[in-house]
Design a protein around this ligand. Structure first.
Ligand code: NAP
Length: 134
């Protein structure tokens, strides 16, 4: 995750449980307190996972923010996007890049991901999973 995403997580919930939390920053010199690792760019983070963390990892999740999503979505690797479409308007200041239909296809279903409209506290939403097209 990017540095701002890390600091947007309430302190009591950091690091995110049962996950190795890698924070990306070009400025920080050491991992922020509570995080596990710091990486200076996206490819260093992936290299770290492939080398020193390979025994402890089976999946890599990029959890934002927007510039990291953009960088990831422009890579040539096969990736999946797990998106929550919230069926309500909110004023926002941070946005995910557009999901390009030539590059990503919406899967009809995905194991473990509920289908159809969900609702929580009166807010409706739908889960979507996209797979990059080779
Ligand atoms: N709804 C969601 O799913 C979701 C997910 C994530 C975040 N968010 C929200 O989005 C906001 C934060 O997102 P954001 O886009 O503003 O910021 P961000 O991507 O979380 O953080 C930006 C910072 O991360 C570092 N960074 C980003 N890309 C990097 C790269 N390739 N290499 C090295 N460092 C990199 C830089 O830190 P330095 O300036 O230290 O160099 C950059 O200033 C928060 O409000 C958060 O709550 C929402």
């Amino acid at each position: 995750m990017g540095r701002k995403t890390w600091f947007s997580i309430p302190e009591k919930n950091r690091p995110l449980r049962n996950r190795i939390n890698i924070v990306l920053s070009r400025q920080l010199k050491a991992p922020p307190a509570g995080s596990h690792h710091l990486a200076a760019d996206f490819s260093s983070a992936l290299r770290m996972i492939d080398t020193q963390l390979s025994q402890q990892t089976d999946q890599v999740w990029v959890i934002g923010g927007s510039s990291l999503y953009k960088e990831l979505m422009e890579t040539k690797s096969i990736i999946r996007l797990f998106v929550t479409q919230i069926h309500q308007q909110f004023e926002c200041d941070t946005f995910i890049p557009e999901i390009c239909p030539e590059k990503y296809s919406l899967l009809p279903d995905f194991p473990g991901v509920p289908r159809g409209v969900q609702e929580e506290h009166g807010i409706q939403y739908t889960f979507e999973v996209y797979q990059s097209i080779e």
